[in-house]
Design a protein around this ligand. Structure first.
Ligand code: ZN
Ligand code: ZN
Length: 105
């Protein structure tokens, strides 16, 4: 198995202080499911097997995208404000834009 790299896995960092933001989907996790077309139940972080409980706001840190905010399904631990490490996401996870302009109607 090869190590994750920017061609195979998204590298992201959890963003803090985004709790107040919301969209019309009900929750950011619902938002992610709507736009990713996925019913994934497990956290998107590579190697994590806990249930995803939130749609976390993340930034892509490998310069493949602009500074846009993205949503990915995270467990409580990985969405915790004290968790600020960069992490790789599982290979099959899509990032969904958090900005209504790009997604929600
Ligand atoms: Zn939405
Ligand atoms: Zn997790």
């Amino acid at each position: 198995m090869t190590e994750p790299n920017k061609n195979t896995h998204w590298k992201v960092k959890n963003l803090n202080g985004t709790t107040g933001l919301s969209c019309g989907c009900g929750s950011w996790l619902a938002h992610w499911r709507n736009y990713a077309g996925s019913s994934r139940k497990i956290c998107a972080v590579k190697g994590c097997g806990r249930f995803a409980t939130v749609g976390a706001h993340v930034k892509c840190t490998d310069n493949r995208t602009d500074n846009r905010w993205w949503i990915a399904p995270f467990c409580k631990t990985h969405n915790h404000y004290s968790f600020t490490q960069e992490v790789f996401l599982k290979r099959d996870v899509k990032l969904v834009a958090a900005n209504r302009k790009y997604s929600c109607e």
